[in-house]
Each structure stands twice: as structure tokens, then as C-alpha cells.
Design a protein around this ligand. Structure first.
Ligand code: ZN
Length: 424
């Protein structure tokens, strides 16, 4: 085993370790009785159930993560990358291409093979997650047909959008060398902007049905709120989340005139008028405070940093030689994604920290816009009960993985707002 191989394995294991440690710490905080001060969110029986659900999910997550890590490590140690590269080269040769075109085709076949194999290796876990784990706790609404169609649509989208983008990047790197990373960045950034723009109208409807809100009285209330905050109501939709799960949610997506707020039908079922208005105002807050724009901008900057690092890696000949791989854009990208696993975790943690801040800001915005901080609290409590959310994640897992603050902290912030509003 040489130094490059050890380095790659070390990176994969470091990411696995962080994941597993955070799951273990989360599991140690589970308890059958609700913590003091939170008794009004769950009744004792429901609370115990939420803890059983959290334990089952943590166990499943750790197992799936370990399986994936073993798979990638085994692939690396047994020479999977040189083999996949060789097979891809043979396939590309069969197409009768030459030069940069042959290299680009090799890269596309290489990633198609690896992507498909990786997806299939994880399939038993996806099946178990949807049809056993989620089902056992009464959440699953996904039919086998929906499950199969979702996968096929996912593959098709990856091929139609990811394929051409990957081809352009590999071709540019091959023809112009590592310095082409700036061009690659410009193109990838343009594609990600375009995707953010068209996702609400072209991509999300492939997976869900979006229909206008039918309740006229509620619509009038929402209209008043939207008008006050300058949000065009044409962007408000009800989404059939119940097609896949009994869990409730709401989200904001899109840019410019194509922006949309989607309320899950499962959420509308459980909430009263004031609670729905609170949730809606929170989503309008994300729009008004420019959170989506910030998120997209950060994604683009991150992409630039990654492509620049990749351009440096492409000159690292020892790495390719140690693994028995010809140096190429596609092999560089694949190895890079492994080397970067620990850095990705940290980058993810930074993004999550920003996202948690945005949540507090959107909550504050909603409290002010509706003048009813406690209606939003009540909506959040209902959502937590509906989704059996775990109220006591460990700070390490919040830091690494949570895009939303733990509910007790969000409620405390809203309570403080309500108290301040009471004072003359
Ligand atoms: Zn939010």
C-alpha cells in the first residue's frame, strides 16, 4: 500500500468517523422522558415514540454510511479505479473517436458506470428506508411505482443535465489544460443559475403536482399578507407531499418571476389559519431577506474553489501513478471527491451555520409581519409532532449536519419576541 492510497483511505475514514461519532453522540442523548420545559410539545407516549424513531434512523444512517465507506475503500484497494478507467477507454475506442473527444467520451462512460454502480449498491438501503423504516412509523406513502419512477427520472435528469456539463468540463480541461478551470467555473455557474431559475416550473413538477390554494377565506388572508410584504401571490402553491410521506413541510424556491412558495398538503391538513399564515410569512421572509440569492451565490463561489483545487490536483502526477491510473480530468475528479470528503464536511458545516441563521431571521420576519410570534411557535410544534422530530440532537451533529436550529432554541427565540411585543 503506497502513500497516495493511504491518504485517500484516511480522508474517507475521517469523514466516516465524523458521521459515526455524531450519530453516537445523538443516540446517547435520547431518553424516553421529555426534557424539562418541553413537556407541552409531545405527550409522554408520543415523545417515547419520537425517541424510538430517532434511534431507528440513527442506527440506519450509521449502517448505510459504514456500508458506503467499506464499498468505496474496497473499490480503491482492489484497483477498481484503474479497471473502470480501462473499461471506459475500451468503450470509448469502440466509438471510433480520437484526441480530446475520445478522452471526453471515456470520462462520460467512466462516471456513468461508477454512478450507476454506486446507486445500485445503495438501492437496498433506499428500499429499506422507504418501505420498512418510514413505514413502521406510519410515514411512508410512496408506492412502488412512484419509487421506481423517481429513480428513473433522477437518472434521466443526471444524464440530460449533468452529462453535457461534465462533457464540456472534461473537454476544456483536456484541450486547454488545468488553466481551463476558470472557463469551467463560468459554465458551471451559468448552468447552476439557470437550474435555480427553471427548477420550480420545469424540474419540480416532474416529481410533484403543484396546484393553487383552494380555500378562499385563507387565500384572502394570505393575499393581504402577501400584498403588505410585496410578494406576488401567483407564486403560492400547494404541493402533494402526501404522494410520498405523511410528513409536513413548506419551502421557498426559484428566482425572479419564477419564484414559488410550496406548502405541503400534509401541512395544510394539520394547521389552523394563523399557523398557516405564520409558516407562509416565514417563507416570504426567506424571499424578502434574499436568502435564496445568498445560497446560490455561495454555491457558485464554492464551485469555483473546488474547480481551482481540482486544477492544482491535476498536476499531482504521483497520485495518479501510485494508483496505476493515467492522469485525466475524470480520474482527477473522482479522486478529488474522495480527498475532499473531510473538507466537504466542513464546508457543509459552514453552509449549515448560515442556513440556521437564516431560519432565525425568517422566524423574526414572520413574527413581525403577522404580529403573532406564538402562532408560528404553535405551527412549529405541530410540525415537530407530525414529523416525530428529535428535540435534543447533540451540538456536534447540529454543527455538522443541521440546516435548521433545534426546535427548543427556535421556540425560545420566538418566546422572547412575544414577550418584547407585550411590553408597551
Ligand atoms: Zn425556513
Amino acid at each position: 500500500m503506497n502513500a497516495s492510497l493511504l491518504l485517500l483511505l484516511g480522508c474517507i475514514l475521517a469523514a466516516w468517523f465524523a458521521n459515526t461519532l455524531s450519530s453516537l453522540l445523538d443516540a446517547r442523548r435520547l431518553s424516553p422522558a421529555p426534557p424539562q420545559g418541553l413537556e407541552d410539545i409531545y405527550d409522554p407516549e408520543e415523545y417515547a415514540r419520537s425517541q424510538r424513531y430517532a434511534r431507528a434512523r440513527l442506527r440506519f444512517g450509521a449502517l448505510a454510511e459504514t456500508w458506503d465507506t467499506l464499498l468505496v475503500a474496497g473499490f480503491l484497494i482492489l484497483g477498481g479505479f484503474p479497471l473502470a478507467d480501462e473499461l471506459a477507454r475500451q468503450a470509448a475506442q469502440g466509438l471510433g473517436l480520437a484526441g480530446a473527444w475520445a478522452e471526453t467520451a471515456t470520462g462520460l462512460v467512466f462516471f456513468a458506470m461508477l454512478g450507476l454502480a454506486h446507486d445500485l449498491a445503495g438501492l437496498p438501503f433506499s428500499l429499506y428506508h422507504t418501505f420498512v423504516l418510514e413505514d413502521r412509523f406510519g410515514f411512508n406513502r410512496t408506492s412502488p411505482a412512484t419509487f421506481v419512477l423517481d429513480r428513473l427520472k433522477g437518472w434521466l435528469l443526471a444524464a440530460l443535465i449533468g452529462g453535457p456539463l461534465l462533457a464540456v468540463i472534461l473537454w476544456l480541461l483536456r484541450v486547454f489544460g488545468p488553466g481551463a478551470w476558470v472557463g469551467c467555473w463560468a459554465i458551471a455557474a451559468a448552468v447552476s443559475l439557470l437550474l435555480a431559475y427553471v427548477a420550480p416550473t420545469w424540474i419540480l413538477p416532474l416529481f410533484n403536482k403543484f396546484s393553487p390554494l383552494e380555500d378562499d377565506a385563507l387565500r384572502a388572508d394570505i393575499e393581504a399578507l402577501a400584498q403588505k410584504e410585496g410578494f406576488a401571490l401567483s407564486g403560492l402553491f400547494v404541493m402533494d407531499g402526501s404522494r410520498r410521506s405523511a410528513k409536513g413541510n413548506a419551502f421557498f424556491t426559484g428566482l425572479g418571476r419564477r419564484k414559488r412558495i410550496a406548502l405541503f398538503d400534509t401541512l395544510l391538513e394539520k394547521m389552523n389559519r394563523d399557523e398557516i399564515l405564520g409558516v407562509l410569512a416565514h417563507e416570504v421572509g426567506h424571499w424578502k431577506l434574499g436568502h435564496i440569492r445568498t445560497r446560490i451565490l455561495i454555491g457558485i463561489l464554492r464551485l469555483g474553489a473546488l474547480l481551482w483545487l481540482l486544477s492544482l490536483l491535476l498536476g499531482w502526477n504521483t497520485l495518479f501513478a501510485d494508483l496505476g491510473l493515467p492522469a485525466s480530468g475524470h480520474a482527477g475528479l473522482a479522486l478529488f471527491s474522495l480527498l475532499l470528503a473531510p473538507a466537504s464536511l466542513l464546508l457543509g458545516a459552514l453552509t449549515n451555520a448560515l442556513s440556521r441563521r437564516h431560519e432565525y431571521q425568517a422566524d423574526r420576519f414572520a413574527a413581525r409581519a403577522t404580529g403573532a410570534p406564538l402562532a408560528l411557535s404553535s405551527a412549529l410544534k405541530k410540525l415537530v409532532r407530525q414529523n416525530l422530530a428529535n428535540l435534543t440532537p447533540h451540538p456536534l451533529s447540529v454543527f455538522l449536519f443541521h440546516s435548521h436550529p433545534p426546535l427548543p432554541e427556535r421556540l425560545a427565540a420566538l418566546d422572547a419576541l412575544a414577550e418584547n411585543a407585550d411590553q408597551p
